[in-house]
Design a protein around this ligand. Structure first.
Ligand code: GDP
Ligand code: MG
Length: 176
């Protein structure tokens, strides 16, 4: 979108989940359509934006990425403040990253808006041979917790757009 055009809505969305699940690469894919194999651990709180049209309105998505504070309870409340959506990310090849999801969810629900739209994201779907979390297990968990669910590959650009579009459209329905 050209600079100077009006923005109708700004929606804050946060990325959470264990270190190395691919949060920063998911964001790079969505915001800049980029991917890098040796992404460095993120330093300093940061967000990136992308403006898109939803129902003929211009919506600026402000996507926050953790700054390597993925240790339990190290993410500060400022990070969650005002977030209307969240991508709760695990790595389909790392069972532990999925086992930690309930913790992240609890932390998220303790800090964020009560209407927050949450998408459970199983990333690295390109590594099917190393899969350690079945799609069925994740789907079942998502249904039980009332979360949207998708498997993505930031590497192959699979479902990244879909994940953000779904979250932003749901936020739009609630807040427009
Ligand atoms: P973060 O700590 O959650 O931000 O994770 P990063 O985005 O830094 O990614 C951690 C590592 O996983 C990096 O080496 C990435 O290149 C790699 N990675 C991220 N997404 C994918 C993906 O979809 N597929 C594969 N095969 N590797 C990925
Ligand atoms: Mg990162």
């Amino acid at each position: 979108m050209a600079g100077g055009e009006k923005v109708d809505y700004v929606f804050k969305v946060v990325l959470i989940g264990d270190s190395a699940v691919g949060k920063s690469q998911i964001l790079a894919r969505f915001a800049r359509n980029e991917f890098s194999i040796d992404s460095k651990a993120t330093i300093g709180v940061e967000f990136q934006t992308r403006t898109l049209l939803i129902d003929h309105k211009s919506v600026k998505a402000q996507i926050w990425d953790t700054a390597g504070q993925e240790r339990y309870r190290a993410v500060t409340s400022a990070y969650y403040r005002g977030a209307l959506g969240a991508l709760l990310v695990y790595d389909i090849t790392k069972r532990q990253s999925f086992d930690h999801i309930p913790r992240w969810l609890e932390e998220l629900r303790g800090h964020a808006d009560k209407n927050i739209v949450i998408m459970l994201v199983g990333n690295k779907s390109d590594l099917e041979d190393e899969r350690a979390v079945s799609t069925e297990d994740a789907k079942e968990f998502a249904e039980k917790e009332n979360l949207f669910f998708l498997e993505t590959s930031a590497l192959q650009a699979t479902n990244v757009e879909n994940a953000f579009q779904t979250v932003l459209s749901e936020i739009f329905k609630i807040h427009s």
